[in-house]
Design a binder for this molecule. Structure first.
Ligand code: PGA
Length: 264
């Protein structure tokens, strides 16, 4: 039986002081434990402060990205061993924002490929995290034009096969897949629950093809994209959805609390 998991992705929000204030409120309201797992992924600079506040609780600390090399001349990068040293248990990889396909253009159009994440770099990052005992949260999902062109399943299957290339099912047992339709991220447009569940089921079937049914049945598959208190219950009640990856709504303690409560 898979335990539900709710992950807050703070993206580029929160100074250290804001992060501390927010986590103090979360810790009072949001309990993780017997019924579901909870993690918060702050920006790199707030990881230490968040981890210090969370280590007495069952809420885990996550990160939003990683670089695959162990160390060296990689200006601006953070390695998996540095994340492990800081107490990180989960790390997002292949988010559509780092894949350079912004769901919502708040930056000049010419910078949308700025981060230029590819399936190959997603694969290298996933392997580096597994080697350090950090659970990857591998994001997959289609753009609106891919959905309209009936390419959803093909796009996601290709992202999974390339992202998990050379990784066996036992190694990924603590790993997580997040289905995040690009058009639903930060837009307020949620994928309807039956369709989100269908895609999560298709993802599990693809994992069973890559590995086997048993390995596929262990992996938690989250839905992400405009999850909020009002829709979380219905989404998490779907048989193939094991929890949520929550952006905007994880920045507000009350709202995040409602979402976690829906996972219990
Ligand atoms: P959102 O973001 O909840 O703000 O749509 C989700 C995500 O990008 O992980």
């Amino acid at each position: 039986m898979r335990r539900k998991l709710v992950v807050g992705n703070w993206k580029m929000n929160m100074t250290r002081a804001e992060a501390a204030a927010c986590v103090e409120t979360f810790v009072e309201q949001v309990s993780a434990g017997q019924e579901c797992d909870v993690a918060i992924c702050p920006p790199f600079l707030a990881i230490s402060v968040v981890h210090d506040l969370l280590k007495k609780t069952q809420i885990k600390t996550g990160a939003q990205d990683v670089f695959w090399a162990e160390k060296g001349a990689f200006t601006g990068s953070v390695s998996a061993s540095m994340l492990a040293d800081a107490g990180v248990s989960f790390c997002i990889v292949g988010h559509s924002e780092t894949r350079g396909r912004f769901g919502k253009l708040e930056v000049p159009a010419e910078t949308t490929g700025y981060f230029a994440e590819t399936d190959l770099t997603v694969n290298l990052k996933t392997k580096a995290l597994l080697e350090r005992g950090i659970s990857p949260i591998l994001c997959v999902g289609e753009t609106l034009s891919e959905r309209e062109g009936l390419q959803t399943d093909n796009v996601i299957q290709a992202q999974l096969k390339a992202g998990l290339d050379g990784i066996d099912g036992a190694e990924f047992a603590e790993g997580v897949i997040a289905y995040e339709p690009v058009w639903a991220i930060g837009t307020g447009m949620t994928c309807d629950s039956p369709e989100a569940s269908r895609v999560c089921g298709m993802i599990r079937a693809t994992l069973a093809e890559i590995w086997d049914e048993d390995a596929a049945s262990r992996v938690r598959i989250l839905y992400g994209g405009s999850v909020k208190g009002a829709n979380a219950h219905e989404l998490f009640a779907q048989p193939d959805i094991d929890g949520g990856l929550v952006g905007g709504a994880s920045l507000v303690a009350d709202e995040f609390h409602r979402i976690v409560a829906a996972a219990k």
